[in-house]
Design a protein around this ligand. Structure first.
Ligand code: PLP
Length: 395
């Protein structure tokens, strides 16, 4: 095994040094070594990939569909995505040049931020949030500006946005994610519209990560692109809606001129997504079987959400009811103070339930924990029993 030459160690990308080590996967990894641990840590659906999607991938392999696809993805898939965006959200995108298929929404985040960030650029991020936005912004030499939304029930209001813009008038982009990871909170149509009105008066590029858009429990999902399509890149994908995290299919939709650099950067990084995974995604986004599969999973998630929210409230957690995704962001009971890292560590070690400390998700997350309910009802029942024992012992 080669040892790394000492002299090259200070030649790495300096921006890496700005990243805070640890985080969700590290906490999950540490917790995994605790005997008997129940993990409510990751945003990983517990469902299998629906049969029609699996069959489409198998057919693709058997048909020797094994060559470089067009950079933006197969036309079949872009057409299926255009259909999905129109059918679910009444958004119109031209499959020819307004949609790019990415390797998960993760690559979509990287490609879209790469297209707008020059070193030193400020990117506004509504927090608490999925930490990857901050990480990628920093790697690209940009500066994330966190907007703490915790005192507005985790909704970015036009007033809050304006007050941040007064201090950061040159900010280039705004990242929004709803339904939200980690809060599960989503925006009503009126909230989206009001925010969009405020953004319209700016030249902010909006990166709208709507990966959980299919998992809204009451009422429809309203994309911010319905109001300000000309300055919005919508990110989405099959990972959460169709339990296809391992297939790595995401997409970006946006106006043509904005999509040009995004698509170019995407193609330079990965060439294209893989053929069998794209074939599966055609079934996910373009067929009734794909739509029905999501609805079934959504029903199960909703039952789990209701069960866990009730159980946690009874134990003294304070919760803004999550209307989407599969997370609950719970304020830890008052007797435990505000140290979410200590609470989550003690709960893992003593109560044998792993949840993610809220402060990992940026400003406004302190004193909270994120609980993922993308796991079976039996597991959730046992987890709530363990949490109750842990809390009652500490009382
Ligand atoms: C808000 C958000 N965006 C993007 C992703 C990544 O999605 P993908 O698996 O499609 O890369 C996740 C995964 O947890 C997420 O929570």
């Amino acid at each position: 095994m080669p040892a790394t030459k000492k002299g090259i160690l200070n030649r790495l990308n300096n921006n890496f040094a700005k990243l805070t080590p640890g985080g969700i996967r590290e906490f999950d990894y540490q917790a995994s070594s605790i005997p008997g641990i129940i993990k409510l840590t990751l945003g990983e659906p517990d469902f299998n990939v629906p049969a029609a999607m699996k069959q489409a991938a198998i057919n693709s392999i058997n048909d020797n569909d094994s060559h470089y696809a067009p950079g933006n993805g197969t036309l079949d898939l872009r057409q299926a995505i255009a259909h999905f965006m129109q059918d679910r959200y009444q958004l119109n995108y031209d499959p020819e040049n307004e949609i790019a298929v990415t390797v998960g929404a993760t690559e979509g985040i990287y490609a879209s931020l790469s297209a707008i960030i020059n070193p030193g650029d400020e990117i506004l991020v509504a927090t608490p949030t999925f930490p990857l936005y901050m990480v990628v912004t920093k790697i690209l030499g940009g500066t994330p500006v966190e907007i703490d939304t915790s005192d507005d029930n985790f909704i970015l209001t036009p007033t809050k946005l304006q007050s941040i813009l007064d201090k950061h008038p040159n900010a280039k982009g705004l990242i929004l994610n709803y339904p939200s990871n980690p809060t599960g909170v989503t925006y009503t149509k009126a909230q989206v519209q009001a925010l969009a009105e405020a953004i319209k008066a700016t030249n902010l590029v909006v990166i709208a990560d709507e990966i959980y858009s299919e998992l809204v429990y009451d009422g429809p999902h309203t994309s911010i692109a319905s109001f300000i399509p000309s300055q919005t890149l919508v990110l989405n994908g099959a990972s959460k809606s169709h339990a296809m995290t391992g297939y790595r299919i995401g997409f970006i939709a946006g106006p043509k001129e904005l999509m040009k650099p995004v698509s170019a950067i995407h193609a330079m990084m990965v060439t294209a997504a893989s053929d069998p995974a794209m074939a599966a995604a055609v079934a996910a986004f373009g067929t009734d079987a794909g739509k029905e599969a999501t609805l079934k999973m959504k029903e199960a998630y909703k039952q789990r959400r209701d069960f866990v929210v009730d159980a946690l409230k009874q134990l003294g957690f304070n919760i803004t009811t999550p209307n989407g995704a599969f997370y609950i962001f719970a304020k830890i009971p008052a007797q435990f103070g505000n140290n979410d890292l200590k609470f989550a560590t003690d709960l893992a070690n003593q109560g044998k339930v792993a949840v993610i400390p809220g402060s990992f998700f940026g400003a406004g997350g302190q004193g909270y924990v994120r609980i993922s309910y993308a796991t079976s009802m039996d597991t959730l029942k046992q987890a709530m029993t363990n949490i109750a024992e842990f809390i009652n012992k500490e009382d």
